[in-house]
Write a protein that binds this ligand. Structure first.
Ligand SMILES: C[S@@+](CC[C@H](N)C(=O)[O-])C[C@H]1O[C@@H](n2cnc3c(N)ncnc32)[C@H](O)[C@@H]1O
Length: 193
């Protein structure tokens, strides 16, 4: 069985009723996310097509814009919230993304966790946004950003979109074997074909 099917099957076996939502949930963020995400994606000049992995998806995810989305986030409560809306989700860590090569047509990562590189280069980020308390300890934002984009490119068949100013700034100048299709201030689209 391919990794994706196995991971989705593992998620089916979780006793979701036992997972209580204990972290603060920003409901207006969730309600507004279809508009917010649509704006981000359009500004980047991207079209969601085919199967999409939404990395660091949060409690709303791109599943609110496109049918064929799998969310991926370290916060199991967020995945529970997605499941309630019939959006598939997998709990996991962005630093060790578990999918096989070429598992999704598109891999999208909008505002992934990253340290505040401008303020404290050496310090750990302890909050990513309101409601999220998961920490990614990043000593070297540049190598984190490069590792992230390499992992995303491996699992994408067609395109990778990253929307994040701290990440895109740390990816420049970018030299990979794949083509950069479009670059914006906050976004980079890679052609993974
Ligand atoms: C700023 S939010 C972005 C959420 C959503 N993509 C958006 O556009 O609003 C960052 C997300 O990264 C998730 N996150 C934090 N640490 C993570 C990790 N180590 N692995 C996977 N996801 C993580 C958080 O739970 C949160 O949902």
């Amino acid at each position: 069985m391919v990794k994706l099917e196995l991971l989705l099957k593992n998620m089916e076996e979780v006793d979701w009723d036992k997972i209580k939502i204990t972290i603060p949930i920003n409901h207006s963020y969730i309600r507004n996310y279809p508009n917010t995400a649509k704006k981000f994606i359009e500004e980047a000049g991207f079209n969601l097509e085919g199967s999409v992995l939404d990395v660091a998806c949060g409690p709303a995810s791109l599943g609110c814009l496109h049918n064929n989305v799998v969310g991926f986030d370290s916060v199991e409560e967020y995945i529970k919230i997605l499941r309630k809306k019939s959006i598939r989700g997998i709990v996991g860590d962005i630093r060790d993304i578990p999918f096989d090569r070429k598992s999704f047509d598109q891999v999208v990562c909008v505002n992934p966790p990253i340290t505040r590189v401008y303020e404290k280069r050496e310090k750990v980020l302890s909050e990513t946004f309101e409601g999220s308390y998961h920490v990614v300890a990043i000593k070297n934002p540049k190598s984190y950003a490069e590792h992230l984009v390499r992992s995303l490119l491996q699992i994408a068949r067609k395109k990778v979109l990253i929307i994040s100013l701290p990440i895109t700034e740390n990816l420049r100048p970018v030299k990979y074997d794949c083509k950069i299709e479009k670059e914006g201030k906050h976004s980079i689209i890679y052609n993974a074909e």
